[in-house]
Ligand binder design. Structure first.
Ligand code: FAD
Length: 500
């Protein structure tokens, strides 16, 4: 017997994942996506023969995608041709020091010892410690729905609580193992995407660089968007109805129970289950429109990760000076984090990320040319009202070019054949990102696990959430897991409903 109809609002990574998992459990699933293409932040741009991924530029934790595809009767290997990106990320500092990550342990250990002779052993201890945290986290915490802090802490096992590094900062966790300030700053810089300085985020997040070293960084041939196309293909194969160019006006309920959705022309689509993949605070403030107690004017949104300006540059030459992934760090990261996240200002000494995916997959740019992606973090829109983003965008582009030139990477405006640029306003308008936040709700201690916005509504029966701002958190693999966790919730909820 087929289960009820479930409507998924938004075809981002979480939306596609929950759709697949619900279809596998015999729900009739319809995805309504406002844009002409699914993927959300993980989208795709193509112009003048150059191809770009708009958001995610690196695929990590491949096992998460393999599990999803295996559940659907296929596999990651069958769906995508993955190219390993190694050497992985290279970090640059203004004093011209660099740090090159690699999944090759011998090379990485040599690189750590180059920065501090004691850090060969430090690396070994870090990997051992992070592996334990990683296994504990994924086995017991990250992939399970927790109904209360007690249940969550108990799931990890009381004796493991301190081992997880929940009660110390990411920075202090890294300092425990490494002596080199540069290594600590490099691994700590992952905090930028989690919405906190490494001094404020829990130490458990040291598992992120570990996960990348252990499982490698990958690029699907043809670009990251190939992953989204594969997810959409699998969903459709399982019978999911995907309606693009279909914005949802509101999520509807009657007497505290979901009734369906309303489209802009006033027509209604009925279903007892709605899963919103739209950023949770946007869902609360725009789509529920006071219908949920949680969405009234007293609604207090979570603390959000910063915004970004992203640049998609068609470059008129090859760029052998750059690897696929590069991160340019500031002289004083503490000051930069403070300016970005607490003072709400663009950091003077700007940290930024550069990806030249065409160095890994030459099909992404015409012969002899390069597709270059730049990402500059900027404060939330509410911190920068009345900003002329065109001016800021140009200033930061020149600043990033100057910084790269300082490192002998001779890139200039003359090399740019054409380009597109997305400010936080563009990100927000296109995908409904709350306050222009690029990565969703931040991951400080008060917003992880059972403290994060939940994936089940507290007062509307039949309403669920998936995506970066709910559990477990941001990033493509996490959003895939988020879809599975939302589906688990729905199945459990459905069983309870039958007994009422
Ligand atoms: C610049 C950038 C770089 C990143 N780099 C990486 C990376 O390298 N690796 C990584 O793992 N992660 C990366 N991320 C994070 C990752 O992209 C996100 O965590 C993930 O894609 C978010 O997915 P989601 O499920 O929250 O859906 P979203 O991407 O938020 O999608 C939500 C969907 O809902 C749709 N929608 C909104 N409103 C409506 C409405 N009213 N009706 C219908 N549909 C609606 C939107 O159009 C969108 O398609 C990056 C993010 C950004 C912004």
């Amino acid at each position: 017997m087929q289960n009820d109809r479930a409507i998924v609002v938004g075809g981002g990574v979480g939306g596609l994942s929950v759709a697949i998992h619900l279809a596998l459990r015999d729900y009739r699933v319809s995805v309504f996506e406002s844009n002409s293409r699914v993927g959300g932040r993980a989208n795709h741009l193509e112009f003048d023969g150059f191809k770009f991924d708009t958001g995610p530029s690196l695929l990590n934790y491949p096992w998460v995608f393999d599990e999803l595809f295996q559940a659907a009767g296929t596999s990651l290997a069958k769906e995508l041709d993955l190219i390993r990106v190694d050497p992985a990320i290279k970090f640059y500092w203004p004093d011209k020091q660099t740090f090159q990550l690699s999944s090759d342990l011998t090379r990485l250990s040599e690189e750590c010892r180059r920065l501090d002779p004691r850090d060969g052993v430090g690396l070994f201890n870090f990997l051992k410690d992070a592996r334990r945290k990683y296994n504990l986290s994924f086995d017991r915490l990250v992939t399970r729905n927790a109904d209360s802090p007690l249940a969550w802490f108990s799931a990890s096992g009381v004796t493991n609580l301190t081992k997880l590094g929940l009660f110390r900062s990411m920075d202090s966790q890294l300092r425990k193992h490494f002596k080199s300030k540069k290594i600590i700053e490099a691994f700590g810089s992952y905090g930028m995407y989690l919405g906190g300085a490494p001094y404020d985020l829990p130490g458990i997040f040291s598992i992120i660089p570990f996960g990348e070293l252990e499982h490698g960084l990958w690029l699907p041939r043809g670009g990251m968007y190939g992953l989204i196309e594969a997810m959409e293909r699998v969903a459709i194969r399982l019978g999911v109805e995907v309606r693009t160019s279909s914005p949802v006006q509101s999520i509807d309920s009657e007497n505290g129970r979901i009734s369906g959705i309303t489209l802009p022309d006033g027509s209604k689509e009925l279903a007892p289950i709605v899963v919103s993949n739209v950023d949770v605070p946007t869902t609360m403030t725009r789509l529920l429109d006071g219908k949920s107690k949680a969405s009234t004017k007293d609604y207090k949104p979570p603390r959000m990760t910063p915004g970004v300006i992203t640049y998609y540059l068609a470059i008129d030459r090859e760029l052998p000076e750059l690897n696929h992934h590069s991160v340019f760090l500031p002289e004083n990261p503490k000051q930069a984090y403070d300016q970005l996240m607490n003072q709400g200002r663009v950091p003077k000494d700007l940290p930024f990320y550069v990806s030249v995916a065409s160095n890994t997959d030459h099909s992404l740019a015409p012969a002899g040319k390069s597709s270059v992606f730049l990402l500059a973090p900027v404060p939330l829109l509410s911190n920068m009202p009345e900003t002329d983003w065109q001016v800021v965008t140009q200033q930061l582009q020149s600043q990033m070019f100057r910084r790269m030139n300082d490192h002998g990477i001779a890139i200039s405006e003359k090399d740019v054949l054409s380009q597109k640029t997305w400010s936080p306003v563009d990100w927000s308008d296109q995908f409904g990102l709350f306050d222009g936040s690029a990565f969703g709700a931040a991951h400080n201690f008060r917003q992880i696990g059972p403290f994060r916005p939940r994936n089940i509504s507290s007062d509307i029966n039949g309403l669920f959430f998936t995506g970066a701002s709910t559990t477990p958190g941001t990033g493509v693999p996490m959003c895939v897991l988020s879809g599975k966790m939302a589906a688990d919730r729905i199945v459990k909820w459905g069983l309870k409903e039958m007994t009422v």
